[in-house]
Structures are given as C-alpha cells and as structure tokens.
Design a protein around this ligand. Structure first.
Ligand code: PLP
Length: 417
C-alpha cells in the first residue's frame, strides 16, 4: 500500500468513521476511490474496478458522464444554489419536465437533496392530506436514513438510533401478502403505503404479478396514498422510466434520487398529484430545504432525464437486459449449487448464492478480480448486479470474464473450508 493511501486511511479512522473503515478492513477491502471514469474507478493505489454497484444507481450514466459534467459546469456560469423561498427558472423547468415524464396527474414536484429526505416529504405530504399518521411499508424495505424514512424501514437501521417512531405508526407487512396489507389498511388509519417497487436492499425479489396494482387498489379503497419509492428502480433501470410502469398502475407520489443528480450533484424529487400535494396549495411555505432543488442541481437533473429517455439509451438497456440474462444463466450452469437462482428486471439483478454472507464469500473474490459489486445488506447471500444504462457489449464481455474468474476463486475457497 502506498504511503499516500495509508495516510488517508489513518485520517479516515481518526477523523471520519472509525468503525466503517475497520469493517471494510476486516473484509480485506481497504478501498479508497481515486480516479473514476465511465463505469470504472480506480483505487488510490491504482487497482482498476468495473463498477456494477454504482452506489445504488447514482452512476447510472457512468462516473463523471461528460454531458452531465458539461451541463453542471455551464450551469455554474449562470446559477448557484438559488434561494428556495422563491420560484426559479431551473426549478420550474425541471418540475415541468418531470410532470411530462410521470403518468397522469403527477404534476407537482418538491425537490430535496437525497432519497431519504424525499421520502420524508412523501410521508409528511400524506399525513397532511389525510390527517392520519400511520405508514405501512414492506418487510425488508429500505427508504433511507433520515427521520421518517428510517422509521419506515428495517429495524437494523432504526433500532440502534432509537428511531422506531411512535408505537403502531410504522408498520411492515410481508411482500406479496395482500391479505396482510388489507388487514392494516382496513383500519382506515393509514396515511400512505410506501413501496419500494422492487426491494433493492433485500436483493431485488420481484413482486408477484398484479401485487403492486392490488396494493394501489386497496389504497384507493381505504383512503391511503400509494408512494412509489423509485430511488433504485426508476430512471430506466428496469427498462421503463419508472419501475411501477411494468404493472400499469398510477401512484399518488413518486420518489426519485441517486442517479437523478447524475452522480455529480445531490438532488432528489417527490412528484405528487394534487390530492397528495394538498399542503402545496395551503401551507406551501411551511416546508423547505435550503439546498434541495439547488438550481445547479436542477439543470443537472434535467440533463439526466434527457439522456435517460433517449431512444438510444432505452435500446441499449433492452439489449443489455437480454445479454445479462444469457450471461447469468451461463454462470448458473457453470457454478451449479453455488449460484442458485436470480431475479432480474431490466439491468438490475439479484444473484442468489448458496452461502451465508456473500459480502465475504463472493464480494471479496470479485473485488480481487477487479469487479466492484455488493451484496444486499438485508439479504446477505444475494449479490446485487446493477449495470449502468450506457454500458456496451465490450464492457459486458470483460465484466463476465472477470465475474467468472471471481466465482472460480470463490468456489476454490469454499472447497478449502
Ligand atoms: C430504495 C431507496 N430509497 C431511498 C434511499 C435513500 O436515498 P439517500 O441515500 O439518497 O438518502 C435509498 C438509498 O439507498 C434506497 O435504496
């Protein structure tokens, strides 16, 4: 390890997050990101990685996408963060663009800085409009680490921080169990059902066909709002702009973040219909976010939407979706009993391994072979495979050669044990 990298690790332990640094170190992953470009990054020491984690889709369009960077630089010649108290050119134009890209009457956008904050906005909006407090979400979900979002998510992230919320206010029901959902909603005390269209942090198990639509139907029946958390499934990753579009349903609110800022500017949005956005018409000045909807961020997000919805991008995603399936099925044939099954929608996949903790037995051998992927934190034996929207065939060929080498090493390690 170079002296420079050692020094950064020391400072990180001393001044940043000691247990996070230690946790990675314990797994043999002393990574400090250096140069980054496209769908690759390099460790400070020079080791090259193909990025198929993409920080949950933050780098959907690649690291430092040149068009996005150019847009951001150009925006700094005219804009800064702006003042969130006033209307602005960039915010108004992005909001109009989003209204055009979201189905039906989802016409109003509230901008924030990150996914968690945008989920908080959705919950606040639902509570204001319904006068109810309860939030129902799906077991194994993850919606962020901020105030309300963390309470709506899994115990793993909220209990240590005592963020369980008031008793009975954050309820979870199992995925695909429509009776359990109805049992909660028929109490008629639910403000919103918060649904990750596909549970990313649980390894992308697909909702049963018709499930999401049935949940929306129950929301309508019992007066709750349906919030689609599209932080991981939105922005064309499933082959459609929004993941819920595979189910032909119309949410009351959509949350988008991560890749929305093109990996260069933190920005997120909660897009809502008029009913869910009642507060916007009555007490609009009682919620705000100083940097949420920064004007520079809005220009970046507008560009991201434009690139994401281009015909060539959509075609690339559809091509790669087929190729991914073929390649993963070949791997399953090559590693029977180890790579047991997979789930896929578009270019996001969950690969299910016969192991207890893929962060040790799969992530590390892949890392050693130049592939950066991560397992699902709430379902440790599933590896998330998240391909960027713009990857080409040569990238895929190289990627699967490296994944094959990584899995070969993983199997050797298994035999040794
Ligand atoms: C589905 C989902 N929702 C919300 C969030 C929170 O986003 P952020 O980290 O930007 O607050 C995440 C982050 O991983 C996520 O995966």
């Amino acid at each position: 390890m170079t002296k420079e990298k050692e020094e950064i690790l020391r400072k990180s332990r001393e001044y940043w997050n000691p247990s996070k640094v230690e946790d990675w170190h314990g797994k043999g992953i002393d990574l400090v990101m250096g140069k980054r470009e496209g769908y690759r990054f390099w460790d400070m020491d020079g080791a090259e990685f193909m990025d198929i984690h993409l920080n949950g889709g933050t780098y959907n369009l690649g690291h430092r996408n040149p068009e996005v960077l150019e847009t951001m630089i150009h925006a700094t010649e005219e804009f800064d963060v702006g003042n969130h108290h006033f209307p602005s050119i960039a915010r108004a134009e992005l909001a109009e663009q989003l209204a055009g890209l979201c189905p039906g009457d989802l016409n109003y956008s509230v901008f924030s800085t990150c996914g968690g904050e945008a989920v908080d906005v959705a919950i606040k909006s639902a509570r204001y409009a319904t006068g109810r407090k309860k939030v129902v979400s799906i077991k194994g979900c993850y919606h962020g680490h901020t105030g309300l979002a963390v309470s709506a998510g899994d115990d793993k992230f909220k209990v240590p921080f005592h963020c369980e919320g008031e008793p009975g206010m954050f309820v979870q029901v199992p995925l695909n169990d429509i009776d359990a959902m109805e049992a909660e909603l028929k109490k008629e005390d639910t403000a919103c059902v918060l649904v990750e269209t596909i549970l990313a942090t649980y390894g992308f198990p697909l909702p049963a066909p018709g499930y999401l639509k049935a949940v929306k139907h129950l929301c309508e029946k019992y007066g709750a709002f349906y919030v689609a958390d599209e932080v991981q499934t939105g922005l064309m990753r499933t082959g459609k702009l929004w993941g819920f579009e595979h189910e032909d349903l119309q949410p009351d609110m959509i949350v988008t973040a991560k890749g929305f800022g093109g990996g260069v500017y933190p920005i997120s949005a909660t897009v809502m219909n008029r009913n869910a956005g009642k507060w916007l018409f009555e007490i609009g000045r009682l919620h705000g976010s100083t940097c949420g909807g920064s004007e520079i961020g809005c220009r970046v997000a507008s560009k991201v939407l434009e690139i994401t919805t281009r015909q060539s991008t959509v075609e690339n995603v559809h091509r790669n979706k087929q190729q991914l399936r073929k390649n993963v099925e070949e791997l399953m044939a090559r590693y029977p009993g180890f790579l047991k099954s997979y789930s896929q929608r578009g270019v996001i996949m969950g690969l299910n391994f016969d192991c207890e903790d893929a962060s040790v037995s799969v992530v590390k051998p892949l890392y050693d072979n130049g592939v950066w992927a991560h397992n699902a934190r709430l379902h440790p034996n599933t590896l998330q495979l998240k391909l960027g929207l713009l990857c080409d065939q040569a990238y895929l060929d190289e990627l699967f050669e490296k994944i094959d080498a990584g899995l070969k090493a993983a199997c050797r390690n298994r035999k040794r044990k």
